[in-house]
Design a protein around this ligand. Structure first.
Ligand SMILES: C[S@@+](CC[C@H](N)C(=O)[O-])C[C@H]1O[C@@H](n2cnc3c(N)ncnc32)[C@H](O)[C@@H]1O
Length: 252
């Protein structure tokens, strides 16, 4: 697919800031539902101000880190396990934000940062890989200063299904989708620790449609239309699946 066509198919009026970034750049560095759209959705409800220090945890290819640095003039520690920091550094240089985005290789339980260092923390499409443990937030939240915000977006369900897999998704289900929790689940999971106050726990408005649009265009562009995740999202039609957004503030 040529770049103009890709640009046209990925136009999404819900994300005007993201519209300034090349669709080809987003698709070629994709690891899941578009992190730039998700970063924009988080940023609408988080207070990001010039010069803030931001941790982007599980940043993957650091697209969200580049977006936040450029859009909000913040400094971002783009932290990830699977993607090599050298690869992210190349992307950071190409995006012309080398003074603002710092690629870090780290495992989520062994973070090389000082306590209280960050003004804000974000995590997109990643927190469910390491954050469903009851005790994790107590560790993770110490890296943001008291009063600072932690915002995550990740695949999730409307409510906790009575049984897994939900019958209408049986044909598509993979065991690890059991970590795709509802906004209410995350709110309770975080608040029970007493470490944070949850300010937002919702589903991204039109999140499942954004996710489906993204997957269908990526599948088409990759020459493999109709891959399983898109079929699953289409079959579900937003009944169960979507993108969960949670934003909390660290208590003092
Ligand atoms: C599906 S990718 C999403 C990446 C990116 N945020 C995005 O939305 O495109 C999940 C990311 O979580 C990171 N991750 C998973 N487990 C992790 C862990 N234990 N410690 C640090 N990062 C982890 C992986 O390195 C991976 O890049």
């Amino acid at each position: 697919m040529d770049d103009d066509e890709l640009e046209r198919l990925l136009r999404n009026e819900r994300y005007p800031r993201s519209g300034k970034y090349s669709a080809r750049w987003m698709v070629d560095n994709s690891m899941g539902p578009n992190p730039v759209w998700q970063a924009e959705a988080l940023s609408e409800l988080m207070a990001l101000e010039t010069g803030m220090r931001v941790l982007d945890m599980g940043c993957g290819t650091a697209l969200s880190s580049v977006f936040l640095a450029k859009e909000f003039d913040v400094e971002v520690w783009a932290t990830d396990l699977w993607v090599k920091p050298e690869e992210n550094w190349r992307r950071v240089i190409e995006a012309d934000v080398k003074d603002q985005v710092h690629p870090i290789h780290a495992e989520a339980h062994a973070l090389p940062f000082a306590e209280d260092f960050f003004d804000a923390v974000v995590s997109i499409g990643a927190y469910h890989y390491f954050g469903t443990d009851d005790l994790y937030l107590g560790y993770f939240s110490r890296f943001v200063k008291p009063g600072g915000q932690i915002g995550i977006v990740l695949p999730g369900s409307t409510e906790e299904p009575e049984r897994l897999p939900p019958p209408h998704l049986e044909a598509f289900w993979k065991w690890d989708f059991c970590a795709w929790h509802s906004p209410a689940w995350w709110q309770q999971h975080w608040e029970k620790t007493g470490m944070v106050t949850v300010e937002v726990a919702d589903r991204l408005p039109h999140g499942w449609q954004d996710w489906l649009q993204w997957n269908e265009v990526c599948d088409e562009d990759g020459g493999t239309p109709g891959r399983e995740e898109a079929l699953m999202l289409r079959a579900d039609g937003g009944r169960t699946l979507g993108l969960t957004r949670v934003i909390a503030r660290r208590n003092n």
